[in-house]
Write a protein that binds this ligand. Structure first.
Ligand SMILES: Cc1cc2nc3c(=O)[nH]c(=O)nc-3n(C[C@H](O)[C@H](O)[C@H](O)COP(=O)(O)O)c2cc1C
Length: 378
């Protein structure tokens, strides 16, 4: 039996297989509320056989949205729109998860297809979308042409840490069974972790322990509001790919500190911190971030998820069976083929007769297969 299709348990939650839908922002929410787009977008991956379906980056406060279209869980009124989505995902045998985040200095940004540049008066004229002032550990702009964010005060930090906890409580009420904190790709938690974005001189910046403090406090705040039996994960950028930025050794220490604060799994991504320099040393090839998952799993002795440019069934099977990661996450491959897990199960001989498919499709496909083989077509 392929290990990719063996169950995996974190705390009281068992995923039926090792395949996760990586969080994918849709920029389709209105005032942070989910709608039928999110239901269909996420629902098709549950039908397609993924074991864990993560909802996209979801803002813990309105100002923490990256774009006007981001999902949010900053108020109770946003819970109900997500309930039917988690129910459907669960009914189809997948575990519903949510990624909680805060954009920090990357807030007030245009959607990718509107340029990924700061929102300004043009957006107001075209889409009635107003820009807002971003906050960050230090008043350093994300990139050239971006406004400087406001440096966060102690009160701001306390408020955002508490907001993660409040959103976790709402995520529980909405029916999610695992939370992933978005601490990668240059968003707020990553901004605190990276010396490129965090140049504070107080207890929130400077040495590694101080830079990690915000992430650890976020983890504790969530743990205080999230059932003991439910897992908590963090997505980290294992390296900034930049001189003077985070290296994998720092990330191992961060993972250890998070583990002590009740975090169960690290989703190992990289990059995105921004700044003046282009990322260096980065070679994009299939599974290029897998070595980070392997290293963190071994050195921090905790579960990891591998992500980034994965699509081949055998590559994914081999990396999990070699103990490089406990789970894999796919984004673009699943956009191209939401049934990737089911097709992969067939390819790896974990599902011969469409038995893993929902009966409403599997029954017909099995009959069609018999007919096709009688006709000698396949
Ligand atoms: C449409 C789209 C939206 C994304 N939104 C998020 C997000 O909300 N949070 C996140 O951590 N990563 C996000 N990502 C990154 C993916 O989760 C994933 O890490 C990345 O695409 C690499 O995996 P892939 O090669 O399988 O696509 C997004 C990617 C895509 C394609």
């Amino acid at each position: 039996m392929a290990i990719l299709f063996s169950p995996f348990t974190l705390r009281g939650i068992t995923f039926k297989n090792r395949i996760a839908v990586s969080p994918m922002s849709q920029y389709r929410a209105k005032n942070g509320h989910a709608n039928s787009w999110h239901a269909v977008h996420l629902g098709r991956f549950a039908i397609g056989g993924a074991g864990l379906v993560y909802a996209e980056a979801t803002a813990v406060e309105a100002e923490g949205r990256r774009t006007h279209g981001d999902l949010g869980l900053w108020q109770d009124a946003q819970i109900d729109d997500l309930k039917s989505i988690t129910e459907f995902i669960g009914q189809e045998g997948a575990i519903p998860g949510i990624q909680l985040g805060h954009a920090g200095r990357k807030a007030s940004e245009r959607r990718p297809w509107h340029g990924e540049t700061p929102v300004d008066h043009e957006d107001l004229a075209e889409r009635n979308e107003v820009p807002w002032t971003a906050i960050a550990p230090s008043p350093i702009p994300y990139a050239e042409g971006w406004p400087a964010p406001m440096e966060m005060s102690e009160t701001d930090i306390e408020r955002v840490v508490a907001a993660f906890g409040e959103s976790a409580r709402r995520a529980h009420e909405a029916g999610f069974k695992i939370i992933e904190v978005y601490a990668a790709h240059g968003f707020l938690v990553h901004q605190f972790l990276s010396p490129i974005a965090n140049q504070r001189r107080d207890r929130w910046g400077g040495n590694g322990e101080n830079r990690r403090r915000f992430a650890v406090e976020v983890a504790k705040s969530i743990r205080a509001n999230w059932p003991e039996a439910y897992p908590l994960a963090f997505r980290l950028s294992a390296t900034d790919w930049l001189d003077g930025g985070i290296e994998v050794e720092d990330t191992v220490e961060t993972a250890k500190a998070l583990k002590a604060a009740g975090v169960d799994m690290i989703d190992c991504s990289s990059g995105g911190i921004g700044g003046k320099d282009r990322p260096r040393r980065m070679v994009i090839e299939q599974g290029f971030q897998v070595p980070f998952a392997e290293r963190i799993r071994a050195d921090a002795e905790m579960a990891t998820m591998a992500v980034g440019f994965l699509w081949d069934a055998n590559v994914c099977e081999d990396l999990v069976s070699a103990g490089k990661a406990d789970m894999i996450a796919l984004a673009r491959e699943l956009l191209a083929d939401p049934n990737w897990p089911l097709h992969t199960a067939k390819e790896l001989e974990a599902d011969e007769n469409h038995g893993m498919w929902p009966i409403e499709s599997g029954w017909w496909l099995m009959k069609r297969d018999r007919l096709l083989s009688k006709l000698g077509v396949r």
